[in-house]
Ligand binder design. Structure first.
Ligand code: FAD
Length: 372
């Protein structure tokens, strides 16, 4: 087995590193840049490099490149803090989902805008009473002629305010068990009846939003996949979302900056840095295994748990190692305030451990009340 990178991969990494450095100079450095670094300008630049849809099949306008190339580019850009957020969800999730489940018309209508970096997508999944238990979601889409009429509320919708489209997970049938009757519908965000209110988080960022749908009329042609059977589709998307390099490198730039400032002769600092470096190396192996599709089914839950807990360890280390300076210094306080988010978004660590226990290890499941 050969563990070294090919010369093309090394070249790609160097190119991505240069692009990332220029982007940081132009747009500033963002921690968690795949969710907090929003720039339409940089999305267009990514498109020009062929770095949106780089792994999608060529017949859909993608680059047809191996998944490992996307990992290389993503690692370099996010580790440096380059603002990839305007295209990240669409590149990571919406494009591949439309390629797998969308109709030819949907692919023709929506993929070009994603590939050119022109359109931003948000994901309307979580609701005020439905987060971890997604099957309980209540936002309804009722078929009326050739349209759906949508009513309900979503919350924590990242980029709800700036997105062109919402990839909405909604209920189209209430008659069966909760996980049946769920569908996925593309909703243009300029459709009448949508109200968006940004939520300010602890770091003062306003990327996520509450989104209300009041009698929002959308063509039934925007249904993705089979009506009422989207639960598996959604779970497959989440599986794909959880094991990526974005879960590991969000705080890397902060760590690199801090490394230059901390007292590296202090044995406690040295010990903590060794732990972080080891954690990064292990996380990278886990992510690489996911990307190469060598991990067992469901294992991305373990990868996400490990990587996001590593991100928290980095934020905590940087703040402790810099002491009082952390309150004033470039992004450290922000990093610390933001760190609970890592183990919540994309599914909490508790839920990841449930998935591991029940679905990967096959441990006995605690019966729900109605099953006793
Ligand atoms: C930065 C950020 C961005 C986000 N972006 C989006 C987005 O773009 N779109 C979107 O739809 N959502 C988004 N979310 C929402 C996120 O997916 C949910 O917050 C997450 O799934 C948890 O749901 P909840 O907040 O309702 O918590 P709950 O599900 O109410 O959980 C509360 C607590 O109970 C625990 N818990 C719940 N059920 C169980 C169980 N069965 N076993 C053990 N413990 C359990 C949880 O671990 C958690 O600690 C985002 C969240 C964050 C923080």
């Amino acid at each position: 087995m050969n563990f070294s990178w090919t010369s093309e991969q090394v070249k790609l990494r160097m190119h991505a590193r240069t692009v990332a450095a220029n982007a940081v100079e132009q747009y500033g450095r963002h921690n968690d840049s795949w969710i907090n670094g929003f720039s339409k300008g940089f999305a267009k630049e990514m498109a020009a490099h062929g770095w949106i849809g780089m792994t999608w099949p060529t017949e859909y306008g993608g680059g047809g490149r191996p998944d490992i190339d996307r990992l290389i580019v993503g690692e370099e850009l996010i580790a440096a803090g380059a603002p990839v957020a305007a295209m990240w969800f669409a590149d990571r999730q919406m494009g591949p989902t439309l390629i797998n489940y969308g109709t030819a018309d949907q692919q023709a209508e929506f993929l070009p805008g994603i590939l050119s970096g022109d359109t931003t997508w948000c994901i309307g999944m979580s609701e005020p009473d439905s987060g971890s238990d997604l099957a309980s979601l209540a936002t309804s889409a009722v078929r009326v002629g050739d349209d759906f009429i949508i009513n309900g509320q979503k919350i924590w919708t990242s980029f709800g305010e700036s997105a062109d489209y919402c990839y909405l997970i909604c209920r189209t049938d209430v008659s069966g068990p909760p996980h049946r009757g769920i569908s996925e519908v593309i909703v243009p965000m300029d459709t009448p009846g949508i109200e968006v209110r940004p939520i300010t988080d602890m770091t003062t960022n306003r990327h996520f939003c509450e989104v209300w749908f009041s009698d929002v009329r959308v063509s039934a042609a925007n249904l993705v996949g089979v009506e009422g059977s989207a639960f598996k589709q959604t779970m497959a998307q989440l599986e794909h979302e959880r094991g990526g390099i974005d879960r590991l490198v969000s705080n890397r730039a902060l760590y690199e900056l801090a490394r230059e400032h901390v007292d590296r002769t202090d044995p406690v600092i040295r010990q903590e840095m060794a732990k972080i470096e080891t954690g990064y190396t292990l996380g990278r192996i886990l992510v690489t295994r996911e990307v190469l599709r060598q991990a067992p089914r469901g294992f991305s839950a373990a990868t996400k748990c490990f990587c996001t807990e590593h991100e928290q360890a980095v934020a905590s280390f940087v703040a402790r190692a810099l002491g009082a300076e952390a309150m004033l210094w470039n992004g450290v306080g922000r990093g610390l305030a933001y760190d609970p988010a890592y183990t919540i978004m994309g599914g909490t660590s508790d839920i990841m451990r449930n998935i591991l226990g029940e679905r990967v290890l096959g441990l006995p499941r605690e019966p729900k009340e109605q099953e006793i």
